[in-house]
Design a protein around this ligand. Sequence first.
Ligand SMILES: [Zn+2]
Length: 355
Amino acid sequence: MIPLYGHEALRRRFRSAVDRSALPGSLLLHGPRGVGKQRLALWLGQLLLCTSEGERPCGHCQSCRYAVTLAHPDLHWFFPRPRLGDSDATADEVFDDYADAIAERVKANGLYPPTSGTEAIYVATVRALVHRAGFTPTMGARKVFVIGEAERMVPQEGADAAANAFLKLLEEPPADTTLILTSSEPGALLPTIRSRVVAVRVPRLTDADVQRFLDDPAVRDALDRAGVARSIDDRLRLAAGAPGTLLGTASDDEAFAAAKALLAAAQSDRAQQMKAAFTLGGSRARGFFSDLLDALTVLLHQRARDAATHGDRRGALRASRAIDAVQEAKLRAAGNVNPQLLGAALVRHLAEHLA
Ligand SMILES: [Zn+2]
């Protein structure tokens, strides 16, 4: 796993809270996509589990060594996954699935692509998590649960018991348990969850921190392989303080297909535009909308670059105005705005700038 870059102010704040035993039992780290919220949450887990007497996390004690390789039995990490089969999976099946998924993320040095539209935190996972929270810690004095992209916890029919048990856990975690949720769309979290956690905003990284991240050989390697813009200046600009967003540019991705269709519709006639807006606001998982906006941003950046390369200044300008419209939709999507309205406004703006 690559180290955590930046977020020094928050790290100081967390260290101080842990030293005073004043860290709340249930936290929500929220902030833009790709700023490293889950990485920061795992670091906080390491801090909580570190057994050193000096400055923590020390990085040397057995607990730290296990935590940085995600092998610590008391550091649990959950995030959206494909649904396991048709019927409800057992806790063992869920843990096996996560063990595989985490091994894959460790192999990729923690540089994993964004979640796809169909992945979610399904009820079987919630049930397994609650079950595990009832155990005593295996190695140390505490256990820590990191729940990434918590807005993708999907309410499912007949899952009330698991949902209620999870809310109870959030409300009053056992004294030896810390729950750390992360979300880039806190407005999309269930209100019953939001009201039970202490929210901490995770800001964008400074350019200096992004630069250090980009200089990490593992990062350079991953971005080269993914074919992300070659120059470090381009990467710095594209990252805009959220370098994790650079990792999601697989062209065959579902979100990219949808983004391309949306751009085509925005440049087509009124009927196509209305149809696109309607589809956009439809029954899709909330997380998919934010994937789509990220894909749109990447495609429009490409378009602006191509136009500029061919001396088409007007085209470049129109593409960059469209990027602004997408950024605005991103901001609004982070609040609790009706996706239907958001979709309609976005299609209208794209049509204005691109048609
Ligand atoms: Zn340590």
